[in-house]
Design a binder for this molecule. Sequence first.
Ligand code: SF4
Ligand code: SF4
Length: 74
Amino acid sequence: MPKVIFDSERCKGCGLCPTVCPKEIIKMSDRINSKGYHPAYVDDSDMEKCIGCAFCYEICPDAVIEVYKEEKTK
Ligand code: SF4
Ligand code: SF4
């Protein structure tokens, strides 16, 4: 299953990544990171909907997001 990891402390809360997620699983947190921004995140319960398209990774101006695609087993 693909998954995304957010380096929340680097996020500036620009809100771009939620707009490109075809699954609409990226949300902006109510909490505030050390830079004073509301960071983007994906709920654990929504992570299984992620298709690993990496649109979020591509649009993020601050390299906050890493996308891990399913590892193929031989
Ligand atoms: S990889 Fe695609 S589906 Fe997964 S969170 Fe990012 S934009 Fe959404
Ligand atoms: S695009 Fe990057 S900086 Fe902007 S809200 Fe998403 S993770 Fe944060």
